[in-house]
Design a protein around this ligand. Structure first.
Ligand code: SF4
Length: 396
């Protein structure tokens, strides 16, 4: 979305600019193209590659417009996600990167991540991306069993995923992450653990473990609902997560967030900013932003986004909503939340009773072994992480 001075965000220009100048931002770019649609996917993406040149041109205009509107603010993390960013041509990636440098102050840049699909990368592309300054790569591996990958509609096999990780290393990506999925119909517990071990053996520093999410309509959900495929039970899924919680620290990747494991110090800085409620700007269809008291999401209809039609959804957070997000997001992190700091903020906003209520519930959960208090810090235990949804819903 191009910031419109007469629109709802334009009217908050001073507020947004001040927020963007207070501390470095995270910047997310969404590349909404894929070669094929995975059977479980509900992301904003399309196979219509004919739209790609117009979408990239549009994204480049957005980068320049937002950089100007916010006074060329400092950015310390970049994240190119999708969709499939590895479908960008060298020229497109170079153009986007040049615009980022022109529109934002990237001196504090500490991390520049791009997502890639193992079925679309080659050594040339990876080397070109690395030469442009992208220094961290996240590969959607999902599983290392060809039958399961076919069921998911992935365009790559297991060997191709491992080869992509190796090529990324050869191209100079020392910071490599892989995604692994749990809860795929037909997936065994022992195979998930074996896949995690195989991935760690490749030398990756980071592993994201996601539960297959079939909340929204998709072909895989239809197969399950028709009884042609069976999802693992909740207990089976919990067993897998419990086994991974035990195994990955032994392999040198302790958890730092509910779904993420990394070598010490190698957590995703960009994603950590979401859990710490630090400001971010998201550009591209369906991309979300949060600056100051405002949060908005761009149009998820790709042709409408390209033509700057469609109204962004804008939300102004009140003090209680903003306060609740600190434990809602912060308790996802293994290091938990500084409760004394939360109390200070609550007192300043005249919301101390709200925090008293949350604390009473968290103290009671501590007696059940789901939450751990250490002085003024509170965090979820390993068991608490397994049932985190039920614990965190009190903050929603
Ligand atoms: S590669 Fe990712 S974004 Fe693209 S269809 Fe598959 S799950 Fe969706």
């Amino acid at each position: 979305m191009i910031p419109d001075p007469a629109g709802p965000l334009g009217r908050q220009a001073d507020h947004l600019r001040a927020a963007a100048q207070r501390e470095p931002l995270g910047l997310y770019l969404h590349i909404p193209f894929c070669l094929d649609r995975c059977t479980y996917c509900s992301f904003t993406t399309t196979r219509d590659r004919a739209l790609q040149p117009a979408a990239v041109a549009r994204l480049r205009r957005e980068i320049r417009a937002w950089g100007e509107a916010l006074g060329r603010p400092a950015v310390d993390t970049l994240y190119l996600g999708g969709g499939t960013p590895s479908l960008l041509t060298h020229e497109e990636l170079a153009g986007l990167t040049a615009d980022l440098h022109a529109a934002f102050d990237l001196h504090p840049l500490a991390e520049a991540t791009l997502e890639a699909n193992p079925g679309t990368v080659g050594l040339d592309w990876l080397q070109a991306a690395r030469a442009l300054g992208w220094d961290r790569i996240s590969l959607g591996v999902q599983a290392l069993e060809d039958g399961l990958l076919a069921r998911l509609g992935r365009i790559h096999g297991a060997a191709q995923a491992l080869e992509a990780l190796a090529q990324a290393g050869r191209a100079g990506f020392h910071r490599r992450s892989a995604d692994l999925m749990v809860g795929i119909p037909g997936q065994s517990l022992s195979k998930v653990i074996e896949d995690a071990r195989t991935l760690v053996d490749t030398g990756i520093e980071h592993l994201s473990i996601y539960l297959l999410d079939l909340d929204k309509a998709c072909p895989l959900k239809a197969e399950v609902e028709a009884g042609r495929l069976t999802l693992p039970t909740e207990d089976e899924v919990a067993d897998v997560f419990e086994a991974l919680q035990a195994e990955l620290p032994r392999l040198g990747l302790p958890p730092y967030e509910i779904s993420n494991y990394a070598r010490p110090g190698a957590g995703s800085r960009h994603n950590t900013r979401y859990w710490e409620r630090r400001p971010y700007l998201g550009l591209g269809p369906a991309a979300a932003s949060q600056l100051g008291d405002f949060r908005w999401t761009e149009s998820a209809v790709i042709p409408a986004w390209i033509e700057d039609r469609g109204t962004p959804e804008i939300q102004e957070l009140d003090a209680a909503e903003a306060l609740a997000e600190i434990p809602l997001l912060g308790l996802r992190l293994h290091r938990g939340v500084d409760w004394a700091e939360l109390r200070r903020r609550a007192a300043a906003a005249h919301l101390a009773p709200l925090v008293d209520g949350w604390e009473a519930r968290l103290r009671s959960l501590a007696r059940e072994g789901l939450v751990h208090w250490a002085g003024d810090r509170v965090r979820l235990t390993s068991r608490g992480m397994l049932v985190s949804n039920g614990i965190l819903e009190q903050f929603v």
